[in-house]
Structure formats: C-alpha cells, structure tokens
Write a protein that binds this ligand. Structure first.
Ligand code: SF4
Length: 245
C-alpha cells in the first residue's frame, strides 16, 4: 500500500511488538510509535528523551510510508495494535498513518494529555486521554480537553487515565472523572523515580511505587469509588525504567 505524501512524522522511537504496559489495553501485544516533542513539561515525565528538545538530535522526521513500513516489518505483516505515544503524539500529522494501517487491518490507540485536538481522533480505535494532575506542575486547559473529546465524536473507545501521586492528585482525578462520567477511569500510581534519559538502568524505587499502589487501592475502596480501576504499570514491574520494552 502506498501512502500519500505528507510533511513527515517526528519520531523518537518505533519498537515492539511488546505488551501494552498500562491502562485499558494492558497486556495486549502492541507496536509502539513514540513521537518526538511535547507541549507539556511534567515534573515526573518518564519519557523526557521524547519531550525535551535537547534530545532532538535523536529524533528523526520520517515519511508516513517509512513509519508504516517499519511498523509492518516489526509485526511481520500481521495486524497488531499500534500505540501512538510520545511526547504528545497529537501534535504530529498521524491521520494518514492511521488510514494506511486500517487498510491492512491494524488498529490504532493514541494517548495524549488532551491539550491539542485533531479531527483524525475520530478515526482512532482507542483514544486514551490522560490529563495531568497537580503534581505534574502543569495546568489543565479543560476547554482544550473538551475539544479533544468532541473531536473523537464518540467513535473510538475512550478512557481517562490518571496518574496519582498524592491526595491532591486523587482529588483532581475524582473531579476529572465527574466531568466525563461517560468515560471509564483508570488510575495508576506515579513513579517518583522516573528514568533520566540515557540511563537504562536508572534506579527505581519499586517498593515506593507499590506502596503508592496499595494506598491508592485503599483510597478507592474506602471511598466506594467503584467505577475506577487501579492498575500498576506492567512494564515497570517487569523491566523497571528500561526503555524500548
Ligand atoms: S504530557 Fe506526557 S510526554 Fe509530555 S511531559 Fe507530560 S508526561 Fe511527558
């Protein structure tokens, strides 16, 4: 299949298949296309190498066709879930890639903080909106977030995914869930020891992360918040801070 010419996609890395490590597709074999660049700078970002322009030299602007061929090669030509992540993948032109893949039976999930809406969100199979809580030191623009929800036109499966570090984050998660009662909610304990770029074996305080997980489970059950699902990051449990798995 030939894709139309396009301005190119800024790619940080393409890897897989591996399993999706978090959220509603957890455990599902997936090929990841991680784009470069983000309009946020979360204090605990675990993929700074795909965010900070200091790592721009590691990014490559690839044609849609080249990205698609890489995904195809990694999956051996068998249709698989493709996760579009970042950075913020919503700032890249990914509509043509989704069309290419759909033509061969591939499915596409995109995760974004919900700051930039694109009309091609409606062509996704899965849209995970992950607004960033106070501990990120970012401020949510709810009008922009609403625009993302509207752009999807109820076509993809959608979910809210919220990282929680503390009580303030938990209160924010509850507010976000109340705003979008139609969306399933996934809560995830934050990793307070995210990797530094280039340090594959960076220390991870797994005990601390799991304690936070227990705290979160207790909090949700004590609160009788029975609609929320609490999940760890599976790839962190398996591989710590390792990149590209
Ligand atoms: S939105 Fe995501 S990729 Fe961007 S800085 Fe925050 S955690 Fe990192």
């Amino acid at each position: 299949m030939t894709c139309l010419l396009d301005p190119g996609i800024r790619v940080s890395e393409i890897f897989g298949p591996t399993i999706q490590g978090e959220g509603m597709l957890i455990g599902l074999p997936t090929v990841f296309v991680r784009t470069g660049g983000c309009d946020y700078r979360c204090s605990w970002c675990d993929s700074l190498y795909a965010v900070d322009s200091r790592f721009r030299h590691e990014w490559e602007t690839m044609s849609t066709e080249a990205v698609w061929q890489k995904v195809r090669a990694l999956s051996g030509g068998r249709s698989v879930m493709v996760s579009l992540s970042g950075g913020n993948p919503a700032i890249q032109p990914l509509g043509a890639l989704i069309e290419c893949g759909h033509g061969e039976g591939y499915r596409f999930a995109l995760e974004t903080q919900g700051s930039v809406a694109k009309d091609w969100f409606a062509n996704l199979d899965v849209l995970v909106l992950s607004p960033k809580p106070p501990s990120s030191e970012m401020t949510t623009d709810w009008a922009a977030f609403d625009a993302c929800v509207e752009a999807a036109q109820d076509k993809p499966q959608m979910a809210l995914k919220l990282v929680v570090f503390d009580d303030r984050d938990y209160a924010y998660a509850k507010d976000a869930a109340a705003r979008y009662p139609q969306l399933p909610v996934y809560l995830q304990p934050g990793n307070h020891t995210p990797p530094r770029p280039g340090d594959e074996d960076a220390f991870i305080d797994m005990d601390g992360v799991m304690k936070r997980m227990e705290w979160l489970v207790e909090k949700v059950t004590r609160d009788r918040w029975f609609e929320a699902r609490v999940l760890p990051q599976l790839h962190v449990l398996l591989w710590g801070n390792k990149r590209g798995v």
